[in-house]
Design a binder for this molecule. Structure first.
Ligand code: BGC
Length: 810
């Protein structure tokens, strides 16, 4: 971070500010900007979404992607770029994003999103990196380093445990300490330690009964005291509950703002002695550190739109995952092709919500096939407005496919299936898309599916197709990238950053996902492949899996030592040879298997990965680094990481299932005396996962959780607070009127925009019931502030005069 004043100068500056000015620095002046203090030449600065492009809104502002933003490159989404396992590529993406921020005078980009994909149902998985914390942490680090190399900040989000969209503003995530550390925080930890994001965005939800925005354990004890975070904590938009408590807990900037109400609370708290002024000074200093970077950036920077579009295309080609190829790809350019599916002309290339970008251009497969001289005929195959199969469209597609050498089916999840603000209820494709596969495969077996969508899906139809290319959500240049891969101009090299299970019920969070008041993370550390591998549960496509048009041979696995102390580093060397006839890039993965112990461990954990690009017949040696954390588990008895002495297996392979070479090293613990937790008596289920559906009893979970599970109760009539949700206040007339008013103003918001009506309206509708009244203040576009929201609560609780008093108060 390059800033125009030294720390000493900033401290002096703070001593010259009034209490009101300092409080003012800790909340937004509007939706996207902080407040300037002109008399002291302190500029305001802009924070904006993120994460895979810039969503800088020019006129009306919102945090849900409703109003239009300036054109920006829509790069492939994290769900896809994660599949590149390529940190250098991710860093380039970060640099490009940083450049777009420079042009648009944006100081902090709201990203990357680093929540763990606990369930494929999470509506926002497309913005997140992986089910694995190591991959999450390394890719996030690279992106942050890239952006910040331009002297532009990032906001790593949503810290923490925001693993579902349902009731995200109120739900309490109940996670045992070990899962918290090993799974949900580890990615954030890596990035904080290696890249120091300028800001961290605290999430909406609660953790262990306390809103994250005022959770001292997360915001200060762990983030700052343990990891050494130096930046500022920013609330997710509207995540602030109690501003003064938040400040004390380590929350620096409230966004967007409370319309000044909370600034006054801060001033009053300092005056009446309930808030130490030094806490405010520290938050102010963190904000000024960022504000005073602005003069250190070029004021007339222009990024190269074409270059960024090429990077978006390159990233999509290097990340797309070839999941099936029965010798059908790449196709011969002279083949006759039936191109079917609206997504070939109108690609689904990004997700809905706050990350929605207004792209600088959009490529599609149809135009690209024309451009590349392929002989093809096209039809829609399905409608974009309904998922019911349409007989006429299917018949047309079947006719078109008859006699063709190959059928490209562009299908996947439509916008309304996944979005910020709600979760999926199943992981199937629309019936209209499946019907196409079923019916075309009868008359033409040469089907290649090109899949779009932000997370895993079930594929009961897989045996009916010969090829499957997963483009996920590939950004604005994804259409062109898909054609390059299908024609073999480029060789696919991405590998899955999340497991594709056979069916939803196989997912370890299946029984405990989507609660509205609380969610028990009963599966503990068994997230994603950690569960499937340990439980020996067959999956559709394993973590780390992806095909290539060439083949790779692994040999010469050796370790820098076979006997180390846990304070030593260990280097894993492996030689990879391209044994095919085209150049290719291979992603090499190193997993560690811990020795059997009294503490339950996952069968395999990813501990290092690397990529290697090879010409045909070329070989190269790759060196992967392991350290203490590669062997450690989080020991709740000592509140620290601990390595047990023993033989650890190092498994090197092409996916979590395709282990090619194995070695072992004896690791000597530097803390052999430490007591290792043992739940074999109290929670045996964690040691034997081989059930049809993962079923951990409350008692077993509580043994590992270390306390009783608290199930929050819905608020009752007459006792509502600003944190009661719209659905909870339905027990009163005013609550019902309120709910209808919100629904009808949401409908009006989109009445002139059919596109937004299609994609955004379902999101708003899904969010309304779980919205706390507190959030109304932010959603009302200035009509309501927190005091007025409190007034509404009084009315709802039948305190009519008190309520009216607050509602008419200026
Ligand atoms: C999202 C954040 C986003 C913010 C600002 C919130 O609804 O959760 O990810 O950065 O809005 O748009």
């Amino acid at each position: 971070m390059k800033k125009s004043k030294t720390t000493a100068e900033i401290k002096t500056l703070i001593s010259e500010l009034t209490l009101e000015e300092k409080a003012g620095q800790t909340s937004g002046q509007n939706f996207w900007e902080t407040k300037p203090i002109e008399r002291k030449s302190i500029p305001s600065f802009m924070l904006t979404d993120g994460p895979h492009g810039l969503r800088k809104q020019v006129s009306s502002a919102d945090h849900l992607g409703i109003s239009q933003s300036v054109p920006a490159t829509c790069f492939p989404l994290a769900c896809l770029t994660a599949c590149s396992f390529d940190t250098a590529l991710m860093q380039r993406l970060g640099e490009a994003l940083g450049e777009e921020c420079l042009q648009e005078n944006v100081t902090v980009l709201l990203g990357p999103g680093a929540n763990i994909k606990r369930s494929p149902l999470c509506g926002r998985n497309f913005e997140y990196i992986s089910e694995d914390p190591l991959l999450t942490g390394e890719m996030a680090t690279a992106l942050i380093n890239g952006v910040q190399s331009k002297n532009v900040g990032t906001s790593m989000k949503h810290y923490a445990l925001n693993n579902q969209e349902r009731a995200r503003l109120t739900c309490d995530s109940q996670t045992d300490e070990r899962a918290l550390r090993e799974i949900y925080l580890a990615g954030f930890e890596t990035a904080v330690k290696k890249a120091q994001p300028w800001t961290m965005m605290c999430s909406y939800n609660k953790y262990d009964g306390t809103y994250v925005s005022e959770n001292k354990k997360l915001l200060t004890d762990i983030l700052r005291d343990e990891w050494g975070f130096e930046g500022a904590v920013v609330t997710d938009w509207g995540a602030c509950n109690d501003r003064v408590e938040g400040l004390k807990a380590g929350q620096d900037l409230e966004m967007p703002s409370s319309g000044g109400v909370n600034d006054i609370c801060i001033v009053n708290a300092v005056k009446n002695g309930t808030l130490d002024e030094t806490v405010l000074d520290t938050a102010t200093e963190r904000m000024l550190n960022i504000a005073l970077t602005s003069t250190e950036r070029p004021s007339d920077f222009q990024y190269n739109v074409e270059e960024h579009n090429s990077l978006a295309r390159d990233m999509a080609t290097q990340s797309a995952v070839l999941l099936k190829n029965d010798g059908i790809l790449p196709i011969d350019k002279n083949a006759s092709v039936a191109l079917i599916g609206c997504f070939a002309k109108t690609p689904r290339y990004q997700g809905s919500g706050s990350s929605r970008i207004n792209p600088t251009s959009i490529s599609n497969a149809y135009d690209e096939l024309l451009l590349q001289g392929v002989n093809f005929s096209y039809c829609d195959g399905y409608s974009l407005t309904t998922d019911k199969p349409d007989r006429a469209l299917i018949d047309e597609a079947v006719d078109l496919s008859r006699g063709k050498d190959i059928v490209f089916l562009y299908i996947g999840l439509p916008d309304i299936y996944e979005s910020e603000g709600f979760d999926r209820s199943h992981i199937r494709l629309p019936d209209s898309h499946i019907a196409l596969i079923d019916e075309i495969s009868i008359i033409n077996p040469n089907i290649v599916v090109v899949l779009h969508g932000g997370s895993a899906i079930e594929m009961p139809w897989l045996s009916e197709v010969k090829g499957l290319l997963n483009m996920m959500l590939a950004g604005q240049a994804g259409g062109a990238a898909s054609v390059d891969l299908l024609l073999g101009n480029k060789n696919p090299c991405g590998k899955l950053a999340e497991t594709f299970p056979h069916k939803l019920a196989d997912n370890p969070a299946y029984k405990h996902f989507g609660g509205t008041k609380s969610v028990e993370y009963r599966e503990s550390i068994y997230v994603g492949y950690r569960y499937y591998e340990t439980a020996d549960k067959p999956v559709l496509f394993p973590f780390g899996f992806g095909l290539s048009y060439t083949s790779f041979e692994y040999s010469n696995l050796r370790l820098s030592s076979n006997n180390i102390s846990d304070s030593d580093n260990l280097t894993v060397y492996v030689t990879v040879k391209n044994t095919g006839s085209v150049a290719g890039k291979e992603i090499v993965q190193a997993y560690v298997r811990a020795p059997k112990s009294s503490i339950f461990r996952a069968d395999k954990e990813l501990k290092a990965f690397g990529t290697v690009t090879l010409e045909p017949q070329e070989s190269k040696e790759l060196a992967l680094q392991l350290d203490k954390r590669s062997f450690a588990y989080y020991n709740v008895n000592i509140s620290d990481w601990h390595v047990e002495s023993g033989n650890y297996e190092i498994l090197v392979g092409a996916s979590v299932k395709d282990i090619r070479l194995t070695a072992s090293a004896y690791v000597q613990s530097t803390q052999p005396e430490v007591s290792v937790p043992d739940y074999r008596g109290s929670a045996p289920a964690y040691y034997n996962l081989k059930n049809e559906v993962l079923n951990i009893s409350k008692e077993a979970f509580e043994a590992v959780y270390g306390k009783k599970v608290v199930t929050p109760q819905p608020t009752r009539k007459g006792t509502h607070t600003v944190n009661s949700t719209i659905s909870e206040v339905q027990d009163t007339l005013i609550g019902r009127i309120l709910s209808k008013t919100i629904a009808s103003s949401a409908a009006k918001m989109f009445s002139n925009d059919p596109e937004a009506m299609k994609t955004m309206k379902p999101m708003i509708d899904a969010m309304i019931p779980d919205m706390p009244l507190r959030a109304l203040a932010m959603m009302s576009g200035g009509m309501l502030n927190i005091t007025k929201a409190e007034g509404l609560v009084d009315l709802i609780n039948s305190n009519v005069f008190k309520g009216l008093g607050k509602l008419i108060k200026k």
